[in-house]
Design a protein around this ligand. Structure first.
Ligand code: 3HC
Ligand code: NAI
Length: 701
């Protein structure tokens, strides 16, 4: 066999073991090894059954994503799975960890499947802009039914072993050793005289439901909920082929659709996003021997919007956390907010009552700093005021044990100044959560001038423990995400002064793929936040950097967004759906007039350029200043914290895909037309001149 696939004969049973760390992906050597092993088992007359299992943490987690876009190397996965399914001896896949994508397809090629109780199975290809291309769309509906197959293939979400068994995807659950469980199951098959059973030949899943109606409904759902995405509609078309065509023809149709997806630019962007997320966890200058400190207990200071969300994140990860407030009343409000948040999840059915109580029991309310003497990590989330931060960090410095990590959730204050309030600036780091902190996956880990390697490594490890996507950023106003969004929001507001309405701007950016338009977003977070920042900026900004006035006018009229029932939009009580704000038109006219602007209709392409390229230009500055380690980190921030469409890869990848010379040309035109804010970033000018991309730039080049 090959190095990565081993065949052992255990009496009359052939045991095939895959060993291709870290996730047993189906690279060429594994495909080749599987083909050879199944052929050898077929040829060996002493073998009566075959067991397939994997070493390491997981069953096969899918095709080797690194091979996409490269010339195909034989044997292809469909060929391997045909050989597995066509084997004349019964085969058993023994699933542990995650059987994903091509991994589940290999398991479906086997005649029987058993899964360890904690295993998961899924077809996540859609998340990479693909569809299952090795029979998954044909075999899964035949076993699990069209409704379940459509759900799994279109959402890409994995399901647990018990659910897989309930849907006929696996035959039995087990606990304990893999080979032993597989061989035991195979022996029972032989004793019961049960032979091969091909998933592709089963029809049970296709019977008894109105499959055409299910397909129609899913198509409508995809059109409404996933606009702009290339692969989901093709996933539905592939399942439709399973319903309408015999297996061989269905497999052919699946392949055609798979190749269309493989060739689409969206696949390139989504695969890039997958690797970018993993790359973000790597810190360029961190010596390999740096070990994170253990964090088993935590504390949060401030039980407001963010503090409670952060405390919930710790409780969700099973970490006991103390929540400290200024007095008993404020503390009780915070604890009640925590309970209410969980209660809403219980009501929605996403959390059990028992799990809620267990998680709440991990949150202890305190008002005395002495209670924090033994915690491993503290996250401060008090008012955004340097004086208050000072008080808190001086107290923490006095009471916390040596080696405790002192983190701040500040969104705009200077972390180095905060660190200087302590005698241990090396232990101070920023943990910038996004609201709601218990839901949003993004965590900006802010590296202060003196933050130690060990503390940085620990901060990243905590992020992983909390199931966040953590990205290291440097200290500057707004770090990466908010510094860029400031440019974006300002340009969006200038568009209102030029002639657009919030509906037009939000609509154009949603069509581009943004999860939410900038004005709906600002109504949600509250217009007063931006106002405070603008007031600060007006004091220092040179005269040529003009600011828009629309949101100031809204604030002056008491329209602060959703919380006051009106902002850029109007809101009915208890309803978050934006309606037209009837007072806005007059206010926009006044703003345009004040600036001597003749209002004019704006087209969608201009709206997108004006806002998205503002992100790109600032991203280039951030990159050159070393505030982000690499352009893909900026993209990870935008995909996970700001609703940027994953199928466009993030703002920097989007710019790379347009071509930096094209981007520079557009920015130069905007500079000539709109003034100082649009001065092209020097790094953009340099890379465009050299015909390079953001993604191949390294600091110091
Ligand atoms: N191919 C190549 N490398 C992969 C990989 C894959 N399918 N899946 C994971 N890796 C790599 C990661 O890049 C990472 O590498 P690094 O250490 O160098 O950064 C390493 O494996 C570990 O990955 P994670 O950090 O993600 O480890 P976790 O333990 O957190 O998660 C996992 C494991 C759940 C398997 C997760 O990695 C995952 O979801 N992988 C992708 C699964 C997937 O999408 N499979 C479908 C592929 S498409 C397909 O199969 C097409 C077929 O239908 C023809
Ligand atoms: P908030 O006003 O909702 O909550 C602050 C809480 O801190 C209040 O409950 C207050 O009683 C408490 N507090 C004040 N002084 C304290 C002290 N000395 N000791 C203990 N508790 C004290 O504020 P919010 O929105 O939760 O923000 C907190 C921090 O998080 C700020 O630094 C903010 O910039 C940052 N942040 C806010 C985000 C948001 O969307 N609201 C997003 C990311 C960061």
């Amino acid at each position: 066999m090959t190095e990565v696939v081993r065949l052992e004969n255990r009496g009359e049973i052939a045991l095939i073991m895959v060993n291709n760390p870290p996730v047993n992906a189906l690279g060429q050597a594994v495909r080749q090894g599987l083909l050879q092993a199944f052929r050898a088992a077929e040829a060996n007359t002493a073998v009566r059954a075959v067991v397939l299992a994997c070493e390491g943490n997981t069953f096969i987690a899918g095709a080797d994503i690194k091979e996409f876009g490269k010339p195909p190397q034989a044997p292809g996965l469909p060929e391997v799975i045909d050989a597995i399914e066509g084997c004349s001896k019964p085969s058993v896949a023994v699933i542990h960890g995650t059987a994903l994508g091509g991994g589940l397809e290999v398991a479906l090629g086997c005649h029987y499947r058993i899964a360890r109780k904690d295993a998961k199975v899924g077809l996540p290809e859609v998340k990479l802009g693909l569809l299952p291309g090795a029979g998954g769309t044909q075999r899964l509906p035949r076993l699990a039914g069209v409704a379940k197959a459509l759900d799994m293939i279109v959402s890409g979400a994995p399901i647990g072993a018990a659910e897989a068994m309930a849907h006929n995807i696996v035959d039995e659950l087990f606990e304990g050793e893999l080979a032993e469980a597989g061989i035991g199951f195979a022996r029972r098959l032989l004793n019961a005289d049960r032979g091969p059973r091909c998933s592709g030949e089963q029809t049970l899943g296709l019977e008894g439901a109105d499959n055409e109606a299910l397909i129609r409904a899913k198509r409508a759902e995809v059109a409404a909920r996933m606009p702009g995405l290339f692969s989901p509609l093709r996933c539905v078309a592939a399942v439709e082929a399973a319903v309408k065509l015999p297996l061989a023809e269905g497999l052919k149709r699946e392949r055609e659709l798979f190749v269309e997806c493989l060739d689409s630019p969206q696949r390139g962007a989504l695969v890039r996003a997958f690797f970018a997320e993993r790359q973000a966890s790597k810190i360029n200058d961190l010596p390999a021997d740096v070990k994170p400190r253990p964090v088993t207990t935590a504390a949060v200071i401030g039980g407001g919007t963010m503090g409670v969300g952060i405390a919930l994140s710790f409780a969700n990860a099973g970490v006991p956390v103390k929540l400290l407030e200024i007095n008993e009343d404020a503390l009780q409000r915070g604890l009640q907010r925590a309970r209410d948040t969980y209660a809403a999840s219980v009501k929605r059915g996403s959390l059990t009552e028992e799990a809620m109580e267990k998680r709440l029991s991990l949150i202890t309310g305190v008002t005395d700093y002495a209670a924090l003497a033994d915690v491993d990590l503290v996250v401060e989330a008090v008012f955004e005021d340097m004086g208050v931060k000072r008080q808190v960090f001086e107290r923490l410095d006095a009471v916390c044990k040596p080696g405790a990590i002192l983190a701040s959730n500040t969104s705009s204050l200077d972390l180095n100044a905060i660190a200087a309030f302590t005698k241990r600036p090396q232990d101070v780091v920023g943990l910038h959560f996004f609201s709601p902190a218990n839901v949003m996956r993004l965590l900006e880990v802010v590296r202060g001038a003196q933050t130690s390697h060990e503390v940085l490594a620990t901060a990243m490890a905590i992020g992983k423990q909390l199931k966040k996507v953590s990205v290291v950023v440097g200290v500057c106003d707004g770090f990466v995400g908010n510094r860029m969004v400031f440019q974006y929001g300002r340009e969006a507001e200038f568009l209102l002064e030029e002639g657009a309405t919030p509906q037009q701007v939000d609509g154009a950016l949603r069509t581009f793929g943004m999860a939410m338009g900038p004005f709906a977003m600002r109504d949600l977070s509250g217009l007063d936040i931006g106002q405070a920042i603008r007031q600060r900026q007006r004091l220092t900004l040179p005269a040529e950097f003009e600011l828009p006035v629309v949101s100031d006018k809204l604030c002056a009229a008491g329209m602060l967004g959703q919380k006051t029932g009106a902002g850029f939009y109007r809101y009915e009580p208890g309803n978050r759906v934006p309606q037209e704000n009837p007072t806005l038109a007059a206010l926009l006219d006044a703003a345009s007039q004040e600036k001597g602007i003749q209002r004019r209709p704006l087209d969608e392409a201009y709206i997108v350029e004006r806002t998205i390229l503002a992100l790109v230009n600032e991203g280039a500055r951030i990159l050159e200043e070393g505030i982000a380690q690499r352009s893909s980190d900026i993209d990870v921030i935008y995909l996970n914290g700001y609703g940027f469409p994953a199928f466009r890869g993030g703002p920097m990848f989007y710019a790379d895909s347009l071509g930096l010379d094209v981007v520079l040309g557009k920015i130069e035109a905007l500079h000539a037309r709109c003034g100082a804010w649009w001065k092209p970033a020097p790094l953009l000018e340099r890379l465009a001149a050299e015909g390079r991309r953001f993604s191949d730039w390294q600091p110091g080049q």
